[in-house]
Design a protein around this ligand. Structure first.
Ligand SMILES: [Zn+2]
Ligand SMILES: [Zn+2]
Length: 305
């Protein structure tokens, strides 16, 4: 089982996305931080940078698919994302450019109109056949203006070549992960509850140091104190489409052999092969079988007095 499933923040975030039917986390623009994820920030009580780091981490772990949403411009001097585009005359650099539009009527009459006429072009049944920019300053025409940027924060003016560019990402929920999470929450939450009811202190997942000096991870480690006596149970859960095979038993045995808990339990849904069961018996691993989650929990209750 992936550890990320046990992360409370992940559970909260994925549950909230699934229940609201939202699959995409699309960043929103903010003049101070650039693009950020207010939905996630509010839900988890995190700041914008922590949130971005968390989403990055969850994309690496397969919870989200990450794709480029856009690249945006940052001021090279003060690093502010609050940047305005500038359109300049190709000839004199003036900002006083006006669009000029060439129109054609149904009868084939060609006419040049200014920006102020634009709202009426379709209304009058005219067709746009050309466009250029006229400079108020030098009176020359430009096909395309030159582009530049103005930082609203510090007033720096810069070109695209000088600009800093930053990436903003869209995070799309990996449906496969949402299913895994849903299933495991259905199984893991009741197991934890059961263990706690029986007086155990539960770590899920839990790490135990073996005699080899290696730490091993179990889905659950449960401690129970009676008098001065401490009992340690190690549990792994295997929930698949098909019965659990020997490999599952062997991988648990390798850890159990090193750690030597008082009891090792493998919870197997929807069951286990005969060979896997025999192997478990010879290894001293107790296998709790359930054809479904409900039955597995009931059987686990019987296995843990
Ligand atoms: Zn600036
Ligand atoms: Zn000009």
């Amino acid at each position: 089982m992936q550890e990320v499933v046990f992360d409370k923040r992940v559970q909260q975030l994925v549950n909230s996305l699934v229940s609201s039917g939202v699959k995409d986390l699309v960043p929103l623009y903010d003049t101070a931080y650039g693009y950020r994820y207010p939905f996630v920030e509010e839900l988890l009580g995190l700041g914008p940078i922590e949130t971005a780091n968390l989403l990055e981490e969850l994309a690496e772990k397969g919870v989200f698919r990450k794709s480029l949403y856009l690249r945006y411009v940052i001021c090279p001097r003060c690093k502010s994302p609050d940047v305005a585009p500038l359109f300049k005359c190709q000839h004199c650099g003036s900002l006083g450019l006006r669009r000029r539009i060439l129109t054609e009527s149904k009868e084939g009459r060609i006419a040049e109109v200014g920006e102020e006429e634009e709202p009426f072009i379709t209304q009058k049944g005219l067709r746009v056949v050309g466009m250029w920019f006229l400079c108020e300053n030098c009176k020359k025409m430009s096909d395309e203006p030159n582009y530049a940027f103005l930082c609203r924060e510090c007033g720096e003016e810069f070109t695209l070549r000088e600009a800093l560019l930053r990436d903003a990402y869209r995070y799309t929920l990996n449906e496969e992960f949402a299913d895994i999470l849903k299933e495991s929450l259905m199984l893991y939450a009741p197991i934890r509850e059961l263990l706690e009811e029986r007086g155990f202190i539960v770590e899920a997942p839990g790490m135990l140091m073996g005699s080899s000096g290696v730490s091993h991870r179990f889905d659950f480690i449960a401690y129970r104190y009676k008098g001065g006596d401490r009992k340690v149970y190690a549990l792994d859960v295997a929930s698949r489409d098909a019965p659990i095979e020997e490999a599952e038993v062997i991988s648990l045995f390798v850890k159990v052999f090193d750690v030597k808990p008082d009891k090792a339990i493998l919870v197997a849904v929807p069951g286990a092969t005969d060979r896997a069961l025999k192997l478990a018996q010879s290894y001293g691993i107790e296998v709790v079988l359930g054809k479904d989650i409900e039955e597995a929990i009931k059987k686990l209750g019987e296995a843990i007095p």
